[in-house]
Design a binder for this molecule. Structure first.
Ligand code: HEM
Length: 343
């Protein structure tokens, strides 16, 4: 068997797990309820008896005698946290911010994407397409969209920045220092937190979904040129396989009794991966559902379209040699190294 057959994306690895389980079950090793059924996932995401998780960073501060002022302040601007600013107000502010930058960023992004594809995919070679292409693309895109200049070291230094509690203490401290630097060099303090919030919520997810969908397409089209491959209309692999909610009041779902305080993990990708239908509605679930549905969905689709338009012009074959994820990343599927051969 050659390398192309041995390689599997993380979502392909999870497929057996989804196929062998019921709609909802309790997973002992993580001590959480797990839901893989589309209707149940939607039901939970629109039911206010389930709340998104808030992270008590005060506990970290006390236990390790730290000052995490900047990370805590940023958490206030994350609509998923909901504990200081109401989520609907933040969603409005974030959407307005995106709208005010979008014309500029869309034109700039499309040109930037075409130029980057032209410069990186122009000769037969073996290279790390994550570092020299995808990370650069997402870093440039978010520098255009937000007021924050970021470079590709951002992804190495701050993996999976959305869910701060899942990161190591080292990463939380590094993030706190970095936010401090960004905030101190800007005058409009509140505006900069909104920009940071977009960056935190959108950059890893976008980077991961673009790369996972790219790898998947190459693996499915062995011995074909980029120009002959079928490039899906939207991303068909997500980087955020699940989201979580906490049970607010005891509730019965199917025959299961969920207790207040228990955590429910919703595998957003499962219905799409296990279904024979490649219906767009199922991939839409990648972006969440209900009151916290992703506000970067349209932008993500546009970026993928520009990217695949440019890939359709490439006359090289692509062979995936290796995919490496960040060890600290328990939440996202975001390759930080993706070696491919163009021939
Ligand atoms: C393909 C890439 C992306 C995927 C798969 C994705 C996925 C998601 C998911 C699943 C949620 C809901 C989380 C939950 O309900 O717990 C979410 C929320 C969010 N996403 Fe994305 N996202 C992507 C790209 C982006 C981009 C590019 C941006 C911004 C430029 C963005 C901004 C946000 C924001 C602000 C929220 C929070 C919405 C809220 O809490 O009300 N996302 N995303």
């Amino acid at each position: 068997m050659d390398n192309q057959n041995l390689l599997k994306t993380k979502s392909q690895e999870r497929l057996d797990f989804y196929k062998s389980h019921n709609k909802i079950f309790y997973q002992d090793d993580i001590k959480k309820w797990v839901v893989i059924d589309e209707e149940l996932i939607k039901l939970i995401l629109k039911n206010d008896q389930f709340k998104s998780l808030t992270f008590n960073l005060d506990l970290y501060e006390k236990r390790f005698s730290l000052d995490l002022f900047y990370v805590k302040k940023l958490a206030e601007f994350n609509p998923l946290q909901e504990y200081i600013h109401p989520a609907n107000v933040l969603r409005r502010d974030l959407s307005q911010l995106m709208a005010s930058r979008l014309d500029l960023s869309l034109t700039a992004n499309k040109t930037m994407i075409i130029e980057l594809v032209d410069s990186e995919f122009n000769s037969a070679k073996t290279f790390d397409v994550s570092i020299s292409f995808f990370q650069k693309l997402v870093a440039d895109l978010f520098s255009n969209l937000t007021l924050i200049p970021i470079d590709i070291n951002f992804f190495k230094q701050h993996p999976a920045v959305t869910l701060v509690h899942l990161n190591s203490l080292k990463h939380i401290i590094a993030l706190n220092d970095w936010i401090k630097e960004v905030v101190c060099s800007h005058k409009e303090i509140d505006a900069i937190y909104l920009h940071l919030s977009l960056l935190m919520l959108g950059s890893n997810t976008l980077l991961g979904a673009l790369q996972e969908s790219f790898v998947q397409t190459l693996l499915e089209h062995k011995d074909k040129k980029f120009s002959q491959m079928y490039w899906p209309l939207g991303v068909n692999k997500s980087s955020a396989p699940f989201t979580e909610r906490i049970v607010y009041h005891d509730i019965k779902i199917l025959d299961k009794n969920l207790k207040k305080g228990e955590i429910v993990r919703l595998y957003l990708e499962a219905p799409f991966l296990t279904s024979d239908s490649k219906d767009q509605k199922l991939t839409d679930l990648f972006f969440g559902f209900g009151m916290h549905q992703c506000i970067g969905k349209k932008l993500s689709g546009e970026v993928w379209q520009s990217l695949t338009e440019a890939f359709r012009q490439i006359n090289f074959h692509g062979n995936v040699l290796s995919v490496k994820y960040n060890d600290h990343d328990v939440f996202f599927d975001t390759p930080l190294s993706l070696e491919i051969q163009l021939y």
